[in-house]
Design a protein around this ligand. Structure first.
Ligand SMILES: Nc1nc2c(ncn2[C@@H]2O[C@H](COP(=O)(O)OP(=O)(O)OP(=O)(O)O)[C@@H](O)[C@H]2O)c(=O)[nH]1
Ligand SMILES: [Mg+2]
Length: 251
């Protein structure tokens, strides 16, 4: 895995300094704690960016999930088209909205992709999706290496890619494996069982376990990868996610 190609973390992280650096003895308060407030004010002003992409075979509910997400959180003024399924997605497109909660702004971009796997020959059906992801890295890098770069570089890199697994109830298909192996080298992948309401609870649980086994067998490193276990808190949270992984999605 090449860490340079790994999708970026959407959040700012502040790690304590190395334990090998001894703390300096202080003779009085110097106002270090004010840094926290300053960082908070800055983060509130700037907001956070989170870019999510949905990928999967045609008809698995990618656009429905995007719509659900937007209707409940962003498209409040949109006329509700209840019962009207979204039209088939024929090209990759992104929508961006700013969500604000208790003064914290989140610029959320959702990228919807056309379904794949409908052809007799599905060779390289992942190319447009991987091409888009890599193009965003390239765009960001080009801005970053400019001598006079912008103070805030617009981040269009995909932070998280939700991969819809068809609810076959068996195991991952060869096409899923091929696709996931490529995707997970480039971006944080969260596999979900699509249309999970078409399986019973027992079938869903057995399917989830088989998928986890397939992922291990084929060295598909989905989110959260081990490199995110930076400290004990991360490890606890990530191990919970790993145990419950691939249980979401669908109804
Ligand atoms: N039972 C069930 N049906 C769903 C679910 N999500 C979506 N559907 C239905 O599945 C059909 C296809 O949904 P879409 O969201 O258009 O699927 P898509 O993955 O975007 O399809 P493409 O754009 O062709 O790639 C629609 O009729 C939805 O109402 C779900 O979780 N459960
Ligand atoms: Mg669609």
């Amino acid at each position: 895995m090449d860490p340079l190609r790994r999708s970026p973390s959407p959040c700012l992280s502040s790690r304590p300094s190395s334990p090998s650096t001894p703390p300096c003895e202080m003779l009085g308060p110097v106002g270090i704690e004010a840094v926290l407030d300053q960082l908070k004010i800055k983060a509130m002003k700037m907001g956070f960016e989170f870019n999510i992409m949905v990928v999967g075979q045609s008809g698995l509910g990618k656009s429905t999930m995007v719509n659900t997400l937007f209707k409940s959180k962003v498209w409040k003024s949109n006329p509700p088209g209840l019962g009207v399924p979204p039209p088939q997605t024929l090209q990759l497109h992104s929508v961006t909205h700013v969500i604000e909660e208790k003064g914290v702004k989140l610029k959320l971009t959702v990228t919807d992709t056309p379904g794949f796997g409908d052809q007799i020959n599905n060779d390289n059906c992942w190319d447009p999706i991987l091409g888009y992801i890599n193009e965003q890295y390239e765009r960001y890098l080009q801005e970053e290496i400019l001598i006079t770069r912008q103070r805030h570089i617009p981040d269009t890199r995909v932070h998280c890619c939700v991969y819809f697994v068809p609810p076959t109830g068996h195991c991952l298909r060869p096409l899923d494996i091929e696709f996931l192996q490529r995707l997970c080298r480039t971006v944080n992948v969260v596999p979900v069982i699509a249309r999970a309401d078409s399986l019973t609870m027992e079938e869903r649980e057995a399917f989830r376990r088989r998928i986890q086994q397939n992922l291990r067998t084929h060295c598909i490193d989905v989110y959260p990868q081990m490199c995110f276990d930076e400290d004990i808190n991360d490890r606890i949270l990530n191990s919970k996610l790993r145990v419950r992984g691939c249980g979401a999605g669908g109804g």
